[in-house]
Ligand binder design. Structure first.
Ligand code: AMP
Ligand code: MG
Length: 417
């Protein structure tokens, strides 16, 4: 399979003249401009969980492959009219995997078990609980519709039909479906390699001594873990100080080792914001001022052709921007369909006045059917990220939320965490 084309230099260019880009416009742009960069490969089903289909998968066989019984009981030709019925039993039985070799004559019945192929002459099954028998015949009460308690051949999936489409991220249930229709291997994308690096002179590694003014690097472990949860391959590129030469060198190495680079910190336009400065220098940088809280400017660009998401340094903003923007974007690079997180409208148990003109994400969780939000909206409050089990998404307009009003809760799981 040939390598997909490289991304265009202007793939992150926002429309001219827009000051604060609405979240939906930013997402629409990513959706429009980004395409798969991961190559295809063939994998056995057992290795395919979480992988992205690179080709449509066609059912090699119908499910079920033949008509069979849905219950333990007795099979015959239906329908049966109302009232008391008696049918003589033929010798033998039909069981799952051990079909009855022969035909069942009209007005006769045969012992049949769940999953057994319907013998010739049988299209209807009665539950054993509804029958009395002396071993030679069965007695029961009609009526019974033709086809009762039987599964038709191909009623689930027809052989030759599309089982799953390109772009699907394979789930456990998908592996059951593909197995059932006789598919043993699939063409999937190689896992997207995602480099993660932290930037800032203040950062030290947890476990090391931290002097005054130093803080432990919290973003890198978080982002590496998120990348893994999304089904991508995390590539740990460590920490870099606020030093342009060192950062340049690290970006070079990351672009050799990965398909996409996530940096955190240094993405604004300040003196020590070297990520944005370097990407700008490379001539392929866009400063994204998105109307979202939390979230400072995002720096998006290409470094030697590798897309870079320059995330804000604040851990809360870094996580929210990753969930909202970087994840669906990386999904496209990985070959997946555009992923929109599924949210649920639930009553709030808090009050909040929200200004118009930007979208807001609050750290939230659900207790007793009500949505709670974290006590502080401070974007350095990492404990709130951990306390929360999802985000509340507040639309761009003005809002005054009172207890009991519906709010959109998006569980972390809906974001792939
Ligand atoms: P910056 O975006 O570099 O201006 O950083 C914004 C804030 O986030 C500052 O308070 C930084 O110290 C903090 N910060 C940056 N990177 C990290 C990190 N990896 N872990 C924890 N906090 C960080
Ligand atoms: Mg910094």
């Amino acid at each position: 399979m040939i390598k997909p084309p490289p991304l265009r230099n202007d793939c992150f260019a926002l429309p001219a003249g827009v000051n604060w880009t609405p979240v939906d416009a930013a997402l629409a742009l990513l959706r429009d401009r980004l395409s798969v960069v991961a190559q295809a490969e063939t994998q056995p089903l057992a290795q395919a969980l979480g992988r992205v289909l690179a080709q449509d998968v066609i059912a090699r066989r119908s499910n079920p492959p033949q008509a069979n019984s849905a219950v333990d009981g007795y099979g015959f030709a239906g329908p049966v009219s109302e009232g008391a019925q008696a049918l003589p039993l033929v010798q033998g039985r039909a069981a799952a995997g051990v079909p009855f070799d022969g035909a069942v004559p009209a007005r006769h019945a045969i012992r049949i078990l769940t999953g057994a192929a319907l013998p010739e002459g049988v299209d209807t099954v009665i539950l054993q609980e509804d029958v009395t028998t002396d071993g030679n015949q069965i007695a029961f009460h009609g009526p019974l519709k033709q086809g009762a308690n039987a599964r038709r051949a191909g009623e689930d999936v027809q052989g030759g039909d599309l089982a799953l489409a390109t772009g699907r991220v394979l789930t456990a249930a998908d592996l059951a479906l593909l197995s059932a229709v006789g598919v043993a291997q699939v063409t999937v994308r190689q896992r997207l390699r995602v480099a993660v690096m932290s930037t800032g002179d203040e950062l030290v590694e947890p476990g090391q001594g931290a002097g005054p003014g130093q803080i432990f690097d919290a973003n890198r472990p978080m982002l590496l873990a998120m990348v893994q949860r999304f089904g991508f391959l995390p590539v740990d590129m460590g920490r870099v100080g606020d030093d342009r030469a060192a950062l340049r060198d690290r970006l070079d190495r990351a672009s050799e080792r990965a398909d996409v680079i996530l940096t955190s910190g240094g993405a604004s336009a300040g003196d020590e914001d070297h990520v944005s400065a370097l990407l700008q220098e490379a001539g392929a940088m866009q400063q994204w001022r998105i109307a979202v809280k939390p979230g400072r400017p995002l720096a998006l660009g290409l470094w030697s052709g590798t897309p870079v998401f320059g995330l804000p340094g604040n851990p809360v903003a870094a996580m929210v921007c990753t969930l909202v923007f970087a994840r669906p974007a990386m999904g496209l690079l990985a070959g997946a369909d555009w992923q929109e997180p599924q949210g649920f409208d639930l009553p709030a148990c808090f009050e909040k006045r929200k200004k118009p003109g930007r979208r807001e994400y609050l750290r939230a969780r659900v207790r007793g059917g009500l949505v709670e939000v974290f006590a502080s909206e401070g974007s350095g409050r990492i404990s709130g990220l951990s306390w929360a089990e999802g985000l509340v998404e507040l639309e761009d307009g003005e809002r005054h939320i009172r207890p009991g009003d519906p709010v959109r809760f998006i569980p972390y799981g809906s974001f792939g965490l």
